[in-house]
Write a protein that binds this ligand. Structure first.
Ligand SMILES: O=P(O)(O)OC[C@H]1O[C@H](OP(=O)(O)OP(=O)(O)O)[C@H](O)[C@@H]1O
Ligand SMILES: Nc1nc2[nH]cnc2c(=O)[nH]1
Ligand SMILES: [Mg+2]
Length: 176
């Protein structure tokens, strides 16, 4: 029988809030006096996007893209599907992609190239979590909240088969 349960708390909401404030300050410094376009990647980045945007006091436009490559699995299909495209013209703009996790790197590698092809001035990446052991494609990540080990993470936006996104902390899936 297939069953899934979740583990203990790995990262608390308080730790995430403190980290968002720290990264927000760094972004303010890096883009002082400039406008930024934050692009949140649905659905996983939904909570982290809110945390980052309220901690960055700069001229800002936000937009969202929805992409998926995991479906109901814990392994990437390797194929990135755009379910919702940009609604903003990012030509000449400072773009910051806000993601929940960089694992194989497939999603961000694809998105970074996609946004560069839309003539952004620069494309930076801000992720809540980085899982370096999962990497299959090299990718430069500019702002990292926390580094996690090679477990399937859930909570704080991250799902397994669309569940657990509402957990207000980061934990992992115990698979049998
Ligand atoms: O580095 P990668 O191996 O590409 O994995 C990272 C991506 O996988 C998850 O998205 P998913 O496809 O599960 O969609 P979701 O955000 O709707 O859960 C996550 O939100 C990242 O976008
Ligand atoms: N929920 C979840 N989605 C992912 N997408 C890529 N890696 C992960 C992970 O560890 N957890
Ligand atoms: Mg997912």
């Amino acid at each position: 029988m297939h069953q899934d349960t979740i583990g203990t708390v790995m990262i608390t909401q308080e730790e995430i809030n403190a980290k968002a404030a720290e990264i927000g300050q760094q972004i303010e410094k890096d883009f002082a006096g400039e406008e930024v376009v934050l692009i949140g990647i649905l659905r996983g980045a939904v909570l982290w996007m809110g945390d980052i945007m309220k901690n960055v006091n700069l001229d800002m436009v936000i937009d969202f893209m929805a992409v998926s490559s995991y479906g109901a699995s814990t392994k990437s299909s390797g194929v990135v599907k755009i379910n919702k495209d940009l609604d903003t013209n990012i030509s000449g703009k400072n773009v910051i992609i806000v993601e929940d996790i960089v694992d194989s790197g497939t999603t961000l590698n694809y998105l970074k190239a996609y946004l560069q092809n839309h003539d952004a001035k620069c494309v930076k990446i801000c992720t809540l979590l980085d899982k370096p052991e999962g990497r299959r494609v090299d990718i430069d990540v500019d702002y990292i909240g926390f580094t996690v080990d090679d477990r399937f993470i859930v909570g704080y936006g991250l799902d397994f088969d669309q569940k657990y996104r509402n957990l207000p902390y980061i934990t992992y899936l115990e698979q049998e």
